[in-house]
Each structure stands twice: as structure tokens, then as C-alpha cells.
Design a protein around this ligand. Structure first.
Ligand code: C2O
Ligand code: CU
Length: 469
């Protein structure tokens, strides 16, 4: 009786994991932070810009001296930047040259269901194609795109499938915010590597993803002039929360969030972004003499983590002076009025906290079923959703497709200042927290998902369908 099961267990054991790279040995601040390439349209008409992208494997140097195989948009990591304008359509034809299915979601966008990139709307591997149409009928916003293929999104994103989509409009353009070479998208995330440079993906292993990447390089430096810069930060990590500060504690000016500019600038020493969230931040380097180096640090470090690793992000080097006629005005925009809500709902987010492989995650007690409609919404309705993180240890966040929402309350307190006063599509929930959000469902009918944006949790089932009809 004893021998056979043991033999079987050995026979079915997965191959030994590749030897892990110790991040302590990775040189910090020796590589320059690159800029993500701006994607050019192949055709432009009076109404529409046409793009194409090829989803393919590519190898990049992320950690100095090592080569890493990635799943990419067009071979770039992070993926390219699309620059779009409200009122002008963007059409993107995606060709999937990977050997896995994909679905490309434009996060934060107001789009018809067939261009939403939902988990069930797959592009076949090995040459499948799909054309996504983005009407850009919403105001300016800090959007981004990433894979969303059901059960695959977590690994596909971890292996590189993210990109930036900057939607601008006249309201934003009228302001004289830092622009051009001083307006810089930054993709922040973490990763985990083998000694041979390959990524190690293991669902839910957030404790071991302790190499911090900015625009696809581990702990880069970035040379700046002594003037104001605008950084459009996207948290593209699967599970990591960032709380970003300048090492000397000096001021960061948060001017925008997921759905574009805040009503007025928020002056702070810490900018927090959970996975999927964006922060639009102005840093004024004119306070530093040329020759200064100043680190952007992360204060969201768990007790089991090392601040020497995950507490370090980017080193800024002030290398020159430069003319600066940019301005951060006291009023940035007027938000749309909040209509009265007619429906209230509750959303409960919870997962198994054992940490065991095969853990399940739930919304209102159910794991995701792509064939089940969880929430029926009347077209045009304004609704208030009370969202709770019922876990004791696990953080979550809450993301809805199709809409930008407003955060009315956090833990029973009205939200009256700070970054959550803006338009949001993703909102963090630490263990035990509750938020009340309000959304109006107009523009398109169809089935869209809402979910936890910690990709590993979404892939474990913390996702649900809403149907607007
Ligand atoms: Cu960025 Cu459904 O996600
Ligand atoms: Cu979660």
C-alpha cells in the first residue's frame, strides 16, 4: 500500500523550479529608464486613426546583463503609447502571434461591448486577429490597455502585456501643464526572475515578486532638468500596491487620476496607486540644484519585505537647467454633476486566505462564470454600489468596465478631498474597508465585467458580469 502512491507522486511531480535570482545582487540605479515608444497610425482620415499591433514574444534586458523572454505588444516592453483625442475614433487591429489566446481590454474606456476586450471575447493564438474600435466619446482620461483573456490575463500581464493610451481633449489642452518631453508615461510594477533571466510566474506569489520595474527596467535612474515634469503613472503590477514619495518628503502635486484631471491639484507627500490605478503627478525639480540625485521611494512595504528592494523605485538625477513656462493652475476642470441615484447594491469581495494553490476568490459568494449574469442594470440608470473587502489580510480593489465612477464615501466618511474626488474606474480596498461608488450606465448596452484588479485574484474568480439593457 505505501510504495505505489509514493512512486506515483514522484512521477507526477512538476519539474523543479528554475533557480531564483536574488534581487539583492541586482545593481540599483545603473540603467536609464527608457520611454515607451509612441505608436504611429498607419492611416489617418478626418474622423479616425488606424493602428495595428502584433502580439508577439520578444526578449529584453530588464535586469542588467540578463535577457528575459516576454509576451509583448509589438515587441516593446512596456507596450507602446497610443495618443488619442476625444471626438476622434481610434481603430486598432491586433494580430495574435503568441501561442496563447488573448483579449485586449482598454481599461477605463467607454466602448461598445464588442471592442471592450472582455474575458470571453478571445483572439485565437498563432495568427488570430481582431479589430477594436474606440469611439473616444468620453472626456480626456489616463487609459491603458492589457490582456484580459479569462484565466490567462494574470500570466499574460505578468509576462508583459500592458500599454498606455493617453486620451486628451480641449479642456486639458487649454491648460499649460508640462507637455512634450516633460510629460512622461511611467509603467510601475514588480516581477520575479530566475537566475537565467526568465520570469517566474506563479499565481498568487506576491511575496516573491520583489524586483521593481519602471518602464521595463529594474530600479532605473532618470535624468531630468531642474523644472516641472508631468509623470503619468500606471500601476501595471499584478498585485503590488505602491505608496510613492520623494525620499526627502517634498511635495508631489497630483493633478489627475484614472478618469483625467482632478478638479484642483492635490498637494501631498505620498501618491498611492493600487494595481490598475493611474496617478498623474507633477514634480518640480527646480527646487534641486543641478547635480542632485533624489529617489522616488515606495512606502507600501509589507513586514515580510525588504525596503532595500521594494522600497526603491526610480532615482532622479538633476543634470541641467531648462526653461519652464508650464503652469499648474488652481482649477483644472469641472466634473460632471452627480445625478440622483435610483438603485443601491452591495458587492462583497472575499477570497480564501489560506494561500494554498487553487485558492478561490469570490464576489457576493460566487466565483466568476462567464455564462452567468450577476447584475442586471437598466440602461441610463444611476446606481450606488457599496463595495466591501471582507477579508482580514488580503487587500483588493474594485474595477468596473464601461464607466468612470465617483467615490462617494470611504468607510462611512464622505470623500471631499484628495485623489478620490476625481473620476475613477478602480478603487483600492484594504482589508475590512468599504467604499460607496456611484455610476451612470449610458452609452452602450451589453455585458461587461467588474472585478478585483489584482490580476491574480481576478483569475481566481473575483469577477462578475453586469448586463446593461
Ligand atoms: Cu484593467 Cu477588467 O481590467
Ligand atoms: Cu483582490
Amino acid at each position: 500500500g505505501m510504495l505505489l502512491p509514493v512512486v506515483n507522486a514522484v512521477a507526477t511531480e512538476p519539474p523543479a523550479p528554475a533557480a531564483e535570482l536574488d534581487p539583492v545582487g541586482i545593481a540599483k540605479f545603473t540603467q536609464r529608464m527608457p520611454l515607451a515608444p509612441v505608436l504611429q497610425p498607419y492611416l489617418t482620415t478626418s474622423t479616425t486613426s488606424y493602428y495595428r499591433m502584433n502580439l508577439k514574444e520578444a526578449s529584453k534586458e530588464i535586469v542588467p546583463g540578463l535577457t528575459t523572454r516576454l509576451r509583448t505588444f509589438n515587441g516593446s516592453f512596456p507596450g507602446p503609447v497610443i495618443k488619442a483625442e476625444s471626438g476622434r475614433r481610434v481603430v486598432v487591429r491586433q494580430t495574435n502571434s503568441l501561442s496563447v489566446p488573448t483579449s485586449i481590454h482598454l481599461h477605463g474606456a467607454h466602448v461598445p461591448q464588442d471592442s471592450d476586450g472582455s474575458p470571453m471575447d478571445l483572439i485565437e493564438p498563432d495568427g488570430g486577429t481582431k479589430t477594436y474600435t474606440y469611439p473616444n466619446t468620453q472626456p480626456h482620461a489616463n487609459l491603458w490597455f492589457h490582456d484580459h483573456a479569462h484565466h490567462m490575463e494574470s500570466e499574460n500581464v505578468f509576462r508583459g502585456m500592458t500599454g498606455t493610451y493617453v486620451l486628451t481633449d480641449d479642456i486639458e489642452r487649454r491648460l499649460r501643464l508640462p507637455s512634450g518631453a516633460y510629460d512622461i508615461p511611467v509603467s510601475l510594477r514588480d516581477a520575479r526572475f530566475a537566475q537565467n533571466g526568465e520570469l517566474i510566474y506563479e499565481m498568487g506569489d506576491f511575496r516573491k515578486r520583489n524586483v521593481i520595474l519602471a518602464n521595463g527596467k529594474s530600479w532605473p535612474y532618470f535624468e531630468v532638468a531642474a523644472r516641472k515634469y508631468r509623470f503619468r503613472l500606471t500601476n501595471t503590477a499584478n498585485q503590488r500596491f505602491f505608496a510613492l514619495r520623494l525620499a526627502d518628503g517634498s511635495e508631489l502635486v497630483q493633478i489627475g487620476t484614472d478618469g483625467g484631471l482632478l478638479p484642483s491639484p492635490y498637494r501631498t507627500d505620498t501618491v498611492a496607486i493600487s494595481p490598475g490605478e493611474r496617478a498623474d503627478v507633477v514634480i518640480d525639480f527646480s527646487r534641486y540644484p543641478v547635480g542632485t540625485t533624489i529617489e522616488l521611494v515606495n512606502k507600501d512595504v509589507a513586514p515580510f519585505e525588504s525596503a532595500d528592494l521594494v522600497g526603491k523605485v526610480i532615482q532622479f538625477r538633476v543634470t541641467r537647467t531648462a526653461h519652464d513656462d508650464s503652469v499648474v493652475p488652481d482649477t483644472l476642470r469641472t466634473l460632471p454633476p452627480l445625478p440622483a441615484a435610483s438603485v443601491n447594491r452591495s458587492v462583497d469581495m472575499k477570497m480564501d486566505e489560506t494561500g494554498s494553490p487553487g485558492s478561490q476568490a469570490y464576489i457576493n459568494g460566487k466565483t466568476y462564470d462567464m455564462d452567468r449574469i450577476d447584475t442586471e442594470i437598466a440602461y441610463g440608470a444611476t446606481e450606488i454600489w457599496t463595495v466591501k473587502n471582507s477579508n482580514q489580510f488580503a487587500p483588493h480593489n474594485f474595477h468596473m468596465h464601461l464607466v468612470q465612477f465617483r467615490v462617494l464615501e470611504r468607510n462611512g466618511q464622505p470623500v471631499t478631498s484628495g485623489p478620490e474626488t476625481g473620476l475613477k474606474d478602480t478603487v483600492p480596498l484594504k482589508p475590512g474597508e468599504t467604499v460607496k461608488v456611484q455610476a451612470t450606465f449610458t452609452g452602450y448596452r451589453g455585458t461587461y465585467v467588474y472585478h478585483c484588479h489584482l490580476f491574480d485574484h481576478g483569475a481566481m474568480g473575483m469577477m462578475a458580469n453586469m448586463r446593461i439593457s
